[in-house]
Design a protein around this ligand. Structure first.
Ligand code: F6P
Length: 507
C-alpha cells in the first residue's frame, strides 16, 4: 500500500460513524445524493445506496482514496486495452464485446459476433436439421453466466430448450439426457481453454450418448465456444462450428462472447443484442462518470466501508425475483474469483481484507430461512436487495405487491430495528445496512446492465484494494492434486490416503 493510500485509509478510520437513522435525520438531501436512477431507453434501474453508512464525509474520503489508488488511470487503461492483467500479461476486454473499448478489439469482437449471429440464425432456420434442445457443457464462467441469463429470460418460453451442465458428477449429465431427445439435440462445448477436465469429460459423455442413441455424426451436432479453436479442432469439431473469442476475455467475464451462444439460441439474436446493449450503457456510464455519481464506484465504496471499517466478512445478495435466483451463484464466482486474493499488483501481501464471501438467495424464501441471523445475529452482513417493479407473472397485481412489500420491508426493518424493554429476545438492534437495486422491468437490456454493473463494481473494488481482479491462480493447486490422485503413484497426507483407501481408489 502506498503512503498516499495509507493516509486516506487512516482518514477514513478517523471519521465519526453515525447510525443510519442519524444520517437520514442529519441530511435531508441524503436520497438525492445516494439514490440514483440510470435510464436505459425506456427501462431504467434505480440504485439506492441511502441505507448504507456512506455520508458526505466518507464519500469525500473514499474519492480521495480512489484517486490515490489510481482509479481513473486503471479504468482508462482497461478501456484502452492495456495489459492490466499483469500476471497473465493480457488486456481485459469484455467491454469490447459490448462495443466499448479499444477500436481494434471492438472490431475483432464484431467479426466473431457476426459469425455467431449467422450460426444462431442458421440453427433457428433449421439449416442443421431440427434442433429442439441444446445441452451446453461448460463450468465456472463458461456456465454460470449462460445459466443465469437463460433462466432469467426464458420464463415465457424459449426458441430452443437449453440445459446447462457443469458438474463432473455424472448425475448432472444424465439429468440433461433425460430431458432431451438425442435426435433433435445439439451440444455446445464451452471452454475458454478447451482443456478443463469437467467440460472435456462431460463433452465426451454427451458425444457417446448421441452415438449410443443412433445419431450418425455426433461431432457434427457439436458447436465449440472457445478462445482455443485449435484444441477444439483436435477434439473433433469442424471449424465451421467453432465460435472463437479473444484471450483478453476472462472466463467469468465471458458470457458476452460466444460463451453466450446458448443465451442467443434460447432467446433469439435481437434479445441477445439488447442484452449486450444494456451492458454497453453501463460501460459508458462507468467509463464517463466521475465522482460519487459513478454507480459501480459508489457501490465499491460501501463494500470497502464494511469490510475495512466494520470488519464484515460476508455480503448477502437477495433477489426478490424468482427469475434471478441464479444471480447469487453467478456473483459468487465474479466477486470471489476476481477479488479473493492475498497479494497486491506488486506481489506484496495485502494490508487488509480483500473480497468478502458473497452469498445469498431469493426473497421471500430466504426470509423464512436465514433472515433471523441477519436481523438479530452477531454477524453484521451488508445486503443488496434486487427487485423489478413490473411483475414477471400474469397473476393479480396484488401478488407482486406482496413480494415488493416484503423486499422493502426487510430493508426498512434492518435499518430501524426495534426496542423491547420487557423481552430481550424480541429486541432488534437495527442500524443494519442494505442497498436496493430496483429494475423498472427485467428485460434483456436491464439484465445486461445489472450484470455489467457488478463487473465494474468488482473491478472498482480491485483497483482500490490494489490487486489484480483478473487472474485466478488459487484454483490451480486443487486441480493439480485431483489430477495427481487420478493418475496414481503419488504420496499424500495420512487423512487423504485413508479417504482414498475408504473409497477404493488406488493411490
Ligand atoms: O477453475 C477456474 C476457471 O479457470 C474459471 O476461471 C473459468 O471460468 C473456469 O475455470 C472454466 O474454464 P474454461 O472456460 O477454460 O473451461
Amino acid at each position: 500500500m502506498t503512503q498516499a493510500v495509507q493516509t486516506q485509509w487512516d482518514a477514513l478510520r478517523a471519521l465519526p460513524k453515525p447510525k443510519l437513522t442519524e444520517l437520514f435525520a442529519a441530511d435531508p438531501d441524503r436520497l438525492s445524493m445516494l439514490s440514483k436512477k440510470l435510464d436505459l431507453a425506456g427501462d431504467g434501474i434505480l440504485f439506492d445506496w441511502s441505507k448504507t453508512h456512506l455520508d458526505a464525509a466518507h464519500i469525500d474520503a473514499f474519492l480521495k482514496l480512489s484517486e490515490a489508488a489510481g482509479f481513473a488511470e486503471r479504468r482508462a487503461a482497461m478501456f484502452a486495452g492495456e495489459h492490466i492483467n499483469t500476471t497473465e500479461d493480457r488486456p481485459v476486454e469484455h467491454t469490447a464485446l459490448r462495443g466499448v473499448g479499444k477500436p481494434e478489439s471492438v472490431a475483432e469482437a464484431q467479426v466473431f459476433q457476426t459469425r455467431m449471429a449467422e450460426l444462431v440464425g442458421a440453427i433457428h432456420k433449421g439449416a442443421l436439421g431440427e434442433v429442439k434442445h441444446l445441452i451446453h457443457i461448460g463450468i465456472g464462467g463458461s456456465a454460470l453466466g449462460p445459466a443465469l441469463a437463460v433462466d432469467a429470460l426464458t420464463r415465457e418460453g424459449a426458441l430452443v430448450d437449453v440445459h446447462v451442465v457443469s458438474n463432473i458428477d455424472g448425475v448432472a449429465l444424465e439429468d440433461a439426457f433425460k430431458k432431451c431427445d438425442p435426435h433433435t439435440t445439439m451440444l455446445a462445448i464451452a471452454s475458454k481453454t478447451f482443456t478443463t477436465t469437467e467440460t472435456m469429460v462431460n463433452g465426451e459423455g454427451a458425444i457417446a450418448w448421441l452415438k449410443e442413441n443412433g445419431v450418425a455424426d455426433p461431432y457434427g451436432r457439436a458447436v465449440a465456444l472457445t478462445a482455443s479453436p485449435d484444441k477444439a479442432v483436435q477434439w473433433g469439431i469442424d471449424e465451421t462450428r467453432i465460435l472463437p473469442f479473444s484471450e483478453g476475455v476472462g472466463g467469468r467475464y465471458s458470457l458476452w462472447s460466444s460463451i453466450g451462444f446458448p443465451i442467443a439460441i434460447a432467446v433469439g439474436w435481437p434479445d441477445f443484442a439488447e442484452f449486450l446493449e444494456g451492458a454497453a450503457k453501463m460501460d459508458v456510464h462507468f467509463r464517463d462518470t466521475d465522482g460519487i455519481d459513478n454507480l459501480p464506484l459508489r457501490a465499491a465504496f460501501a463494500d470497502l466501508f464494511y469490510t475495512h471499517l466494520r470488519g464484515t466478512q460476508t455480503r448477502g445478495v437477495f433477489a426478490y425475483d424468482e427469475r434471478l435466483k441464479l444471480l447469487p451463484s453467478y456473483l459468487q464466482q465474479l466477486e470471489m474469483e476476481s477479488n479473493g486474493k492475498s497479494v497486491t499488483l506488486e506481489g506484496k501481501p495485502v494490508d487488509g481484507p480483500t473480497a468478502p464471501i458473497t452469498w445469498g438467495g431469493v426473497g421471500t424464501d430466504a426470509q423464512h430461512a436465514v433472515f433471523q441471523l441477519l436481523h438479530q445475529g452477531t454477524n453484521l452482513v451488508p445486503l443488496d436487495f434486487i427487485a423489478a417493479i413490473a411483475p414477471g407473472d400474469d397473476l393479480d397485481p396484488a401478488h407482486h405487491r406482496i413480494l415488493l412489500s416484503n423486499c422493502f420491508g426487510q430493508g426498512a426493518a434492518l435499518m430501524a430495528g426495534k426496542t423491547s424493554p420487557d423481552n430481550p429476545a424480541r429486541f432488534y438492534p437495527g442500524d443494519r445496512p442494505s442497498a436496493t437495486i430496483l429494475l423498472d422491468e427485467l428485460t434483456p437490456g436491464t439484465l445486461g446492465a445489472l450484470i455489467a454493473f457488478h463487473e465494474h463494481r468488482t473491478f472498482a473494488n480491485g483497483i482500490i484494494l490494489g490487486i489484480n481482479s483478473f487472474d485466478q491462480f488459487g484454483v490451480e493447486l486443487g486441480k493439480e492434486m485431483a489430477k495427481a490422485i487420478e493418475k496414481g503413484g503419488e504420496k499424500f497426507d495420512p487423512s487423504t490416503t485413508a479417504l482414498l483407501a475408504a473409497a477404493g481408489i488406488k493411490a
